[in-house]
Design a binder for this molecule. Sequence first.
Ligand code: SAM
Length: 211
Amino acid sequence: MSVKKNYDQWAATYDSNENKTRDLDKLVSQQTLRKYDFNSVLEIGCGTGKNTKWLMTHCSRLLGVDFSKKMLQYAQEKIIDPRVRFMQADISKPWQFTDEKFDLISCNLILEHIQDIHFIFQQAASKLNNNGLFFISEYHPFRQYLGKQARFEIDGATIMIDSHVHHISEFFDAGKENGFELLEIREWFDEIEDNNDKTPRILSLVLKNVK
Ligand SMILES: C[S@@+](CC[C@H](N)C(=O)[O-])C[C@H]1O[C@@H](n2cnc3c(N)ncnc32)[C@H](O)[C@@H]1O
């Protein structure tokens, strides 16, 4: 089944299922982004709006984009605010969904589903203001090396969503080739007390558009 159909299926329980990656990503995003200033935000793969809720309180304009109609429906039900607009679009195709430029592009838990991340970095560079920020918070590739990937339960069955491994060097190369300066790179782990597994869960990067 396609990634899009999988997220349409997952949408109803995405916010309520137990999901350590989703919860840690929320913390990572807030802890990282509160150090920066931005007025306008493009959130790619915004899903049900988990991060939109916090981001919109730190900017005056936010565009959330996702290709899953169902995930977007939940976001639109939760968030009715003049600062926020949502659009349905596939970010693996040229980003013709807007002519605007932004101070921040936020990308959370989506690149795992994208085959060509160089293309995403190229498109992101074209939609950022000078010195704009590209924030990435993704499922850590070290976990993928252990065979883990995005999954959810439905009617007692476990559905594995198609994913691609992107090595840390790939993020670095894609950034360099598209005129980004790396400001931060960080590994994030589960809480120590419920964790015997020392493999990081999330990889985060903050890149600055200096082209
Ligand atoms: C794991 S969810 C993350 C949602 C949200 N960013 C969060 O952190 O909770 C991944 C999201 O990426 C979206 N997605 C995956 N591939 C996409 C694509 N090619 N274009 C647009 N959205 C995509 C899915 O529909 C889903 O909503």
